[in-house]
Write a protein that binds this ligand. Structure first.
Ligand SMILES: [Zn+2]
Length: 141
């Protein structure tokens, strides 16, 4: 059963794909479009300006609105990926001011943002992740 988690999806030659599951799948509770959108702006901004900037290949939302994908170069260790995710979520929880890239000319749907919603999800996930270690980052067989 998929629960809220950060799971390593695929280890390829150059990249590691993480599934960051933030809502229990098919539970009827999904991330709203506005919160998902704002979360994407903030998560991507943080990751691309972090110490792992050169290793971030992709950050983007799951279409089912239960989480995010994070693709990193394979030189980044699992523990470092988890640390990056934690720091990004702390950044979101504490974020104030104008959402990066949210001006009309920068964003494809600039009116659909929900900062408060994004912060709620980030806080929820920080609580989940506080108990997670590298050993929890694998899919059950
Ligand atoms: Zn946007």
């Amino acid at each position: 059963m998929l629960m809220q988690s950060v799971l390593l999806r695929r280890f390829r030659y150059i990249s590691i794909h993480y599934d960051i599951r933030m809502k229990k799948p098919n539970s009827g509770d999904y991330i709203s479009n506005g919160a998902l959108h704002t979360f994407e702006h903030l998560f991507a901004t943080y990751a691309r300006n972090s110490e792992y900037a050169d290793s971030v290949i992709y950050v983007g939302p799951m279409g089912c609105r239960t989480g995010f994908y994070l693709l990193l170069r394979s030189n980044v260790k699992k523990s470092e990926a988890l640390s990056l995710v934690r720091k990004a979520f702390e950044f979101i929880v504490n974020f104030g001011g104008e959402i990066p890239g949210s001006k009309r000319r920068e964003c494809g749907n600039y009116k659909e943002h929900d900062l408060l919603g994004a912060k709620e999800i980030a806080l929820d996930m920080l609580n989940v992740l506080s108990e997670k270690t590298e050993a929890d980052m694998v899919y059950e067989e």
